[in-house]
Design a protein around this ligand. Structure first.
Ligand code: NI
Length: 233
């Protein structure tokens, strides 16, 4: 694969710019031949893993171009209704899943969380991105505090374009492990608490519309049925 360790040349080539630097090949600033560029573009459109410091993605433009933003499975896809398996192997496959979940949640604006089933993987892992709080949890166990409730509108990437008020605990905490099996805890209130509850539900095959009631539920079911993306099954 023709790239450097930062993925910078790949991103530049993908954007049609020829100032990329590629270690160990003929490409130097301003000299990219079309054949080499073709190779670089081919890499960019298949799969390129950029350098990453820690688990939090950098947001430079070149980095975004090299992210792996996975396609989101939509309501009607059986994987969303399947209870996920706990992660037991803390291997390269898990690291790739974690990277993809982080890329997929941070690579588009307005995303608060992505659960593994939403990218077609039936494993107990989700990522979240609420304000400055970005991360992931493997094998999460949810604890909620119903002392205060919230009833704001909620949405889901797998049910695109629709939002309905959904009652949630205002405070939630998730314990689990990181990609190396080390214990981690994520706690929050408001939007983060909502995201932790929503994403853990995904891992149990549950979607937020399942627990709507009354008129809101009827509205939601009607809207889902007539949504342009709805899969009939
Ligand atoms: Ni969702």
């Amino acid at each position: 694969m023709v790239t450097d360790t930062t993925g910078r040349a790949v991103a530049s080539a993908a954007g049609g710019v020829t100032r990329g630097r590629v270690i160990g090949s003929a490409v130097t600033a301003g000299m990219a031949s079309s054949s080499v560029l073709n190779k670089i573009v081919a890499c960019a459109t298949t799969r390129v893993k950029p350098f990453r410091a820690g688990d939090i993605p950098r947001k430079d433009p070149w980095y975004l171009a090299a992210m792996t933003i996975r396609e989101i499975r939509l309501l009607g896809d059986a994987v969303l209704r399947t209870e996920t398996d706990p992660v037991t192997s803390f291997d390269a496959e898990l690291r790739e899943l974690v990277t993809d979940l982080l890329d997929t949640v941070t690579g588009r604006p307005g995303r608060a969380g992505v659960a593994a089933p939403q990218i077609g993987v039936s494993a107990r892992v989700f990522s979240y991105a609420v304000g400055e709080q970005v991360g992931y949890v493997v094998n999460p166990v949810l604890t909620v505090d119903w002392t205060e409730e919230q009833d704001d509108e909620e949405g889901c990437l797998s049910i695109p374009g629709l939002y309905f008020p959904r009652r949630r605990a205002n405070s939630a905490s998730v314990t689990g492990v990181d990609q190396h099996g080390e214990p981690i805890t994520v706690s929050g209130t408001g939007m983060l608490a909502r995201a932790l509850q929503h994403e853990t539900d995904h891992l149990n095959g549950e979607l937020y519309i399942d627990k709507l009631t009354g008129d809101v539920r009827r509205q939601a079911l009607r809207a889902v049925r007539s949504a342009p993306w709805a899969q009939r099954g």
